[in-house]
Design a binder for this molecule. Structure first.
Ligand SMILES: [Zn+2]
Length: 364
């Protein structure tokens, strides 16, 4: 049986430096067998996020280090809660602190529901399970609810029902598992060994999912082969999904929540200005979970794969996404800064094995 080895509270970056600025506090519970190196790696990964975010919230995570399925470096399961779209938007508006927040909130649909391009539902007007996208703006359950991680809800300031997940120790906002089947480099500060994966970077990636970088399109994608469900059963639109567009959906003034291979992109102005692309799904999309940036485009930490020798870093794109879904991000790097990051990674040339070493977010 899994038992508690130790629980460590990470002092916030702010407390450590004596600054008055707030930052998230991460409380870790480590499952027995999680090495001290791995525990310290998680604490370092959490500190990366805490150095960028100023929300005064406490996030509880349980972490384990066990053998996982082949090709999976790590996976995260997040506690989630369903809110009305109106409460979510009202909360975001009250929490807005940056220009990007103002733009993002200003372009969210008014009223108590939002429309979307959707496909593969049992009640599609194009036929049950049809891959052909259709406009779903009938205002029923999936158009009126937003399901976000409890960590994100805390950042926004929404009321959160304490939860636990099946493998968590006590109340938790997320359960993160690492695969002990890989060689990891636990110290990114001197570069990542060419035969190893960046442990702190992968840990930060998994924490990123629990902070709210998720897409409910994965639920549609993995549950729509052979048997199909009505649109109103897919009450899994995430906060991030409200900024998920395609050229087709932007033309109709709605988000794109389809599972298919058309390009989907992040946009904070209702789809008018395309931002970085998203992955589109493991079953009906590009083979990567929709809860990620597009693979191999050097968009940011929330890219779905990692290569040996590759150091993973939080990018301006990652921070912008976190900002508009409810986190407080006082400083987002200029685009030129993260363009350089991509170039640097290309020069490293260590991404050969990316295709087989995939991150994965746990399915619910
Ligand atoms: Zn992931």
């Amino acid at each position: 049986m899994k038992t508690l080895l130790s629980a460590i509270t990470l002092a916030t970056a702010a407390a450590a430096t004596g600054s008055a600025t707030a930052a998230p506090t991460f409380n870790f519970s480590f499952i027995a067998g999680t090495s001290m190196q791995a525990q310290q790696g998680f604490i370092a990964a959490a500190a990366l996020w805490s150095s960028h975010l100023t929300d005064d919230v406490t996030i509880n995570l349980t972490v384990g280090f066990n053998p996982l399925a082949p090709g999976i470096l790590g996976q995260a399961q997040s506690a989630q809660q369903l809110y009305s779209y109106t409460d979510f938007r009202t909360g975001l508006a009250a929490d807005a602190s940056t220009m990007a927040d103002a733009t993002a909130v200003g372009h969210l649909p008014g009223g108590n529901s939002f429309g979307m391009l959707l496909n593969r539902t049992a009640n599609s007007p194009n036929g049950a399970g049809s891959a052909l996208p259709y406009l779903d703006n009938d205002g029923d359950a999936n158009n009126r609810g937003v399901r976000i991680t409890t960590a994100e809800a805390k950042a926004i300031g929404l009321g959160v029902m304490p939860q636990t997940l099946s493998n968590c120790i006590g109340t938790c906002d997320g359960f993160i598992q690492f695969s002990s089947n890989f060689t990891f480099d636990f110290n990114p500060n001197d570069g990542i060994a060419l035969n190893a994966f960046d442990f702190v970077g992968v840990a930060a990636h998994e924490i990123g999912h629990t902070l709210g970088f998720i897409s409910g399109v994965d639920i549609l994608d993995i549950n729509s082969s052979g048997t199909f469900f009505n649109d109103n059963q897919f009450t899994y639109v995430s906060g991030l999904d409200l900024f998920r567009y395609s050229a087709d959906s932007a033309a109709q003034g709605v988000i794109d929540w389809t599972a298919d291979t058309r390009n989907k992109y992040f946009s904070i102005d209702g789809g008018a200005t395309p931002g970085p692309q998203f992955s589109t799904g493991t079953v009906h999309g590009d083979g990567r979970q929709a809860s990620h940036w597009k693979d191999n485009l050097f968009i940011g930490l929330m890219d779905p794969t990692a290569g040996m020798g590759e150091r993973l870093s939080i990018s301006g794109n990652d921070l912008l996404a976190m900002d508009v879904i409810g986190w407080d991000v006082p400083a987002i790097p200029e685009p030129s800064t993260y363009a350089m990051l991509g170039a640097g990674l290309l020069l490293l040339g260590g991404r050969a094995s990316r295709e087989t070493k995939i991150f994965r977010k746990g399915t619910k």
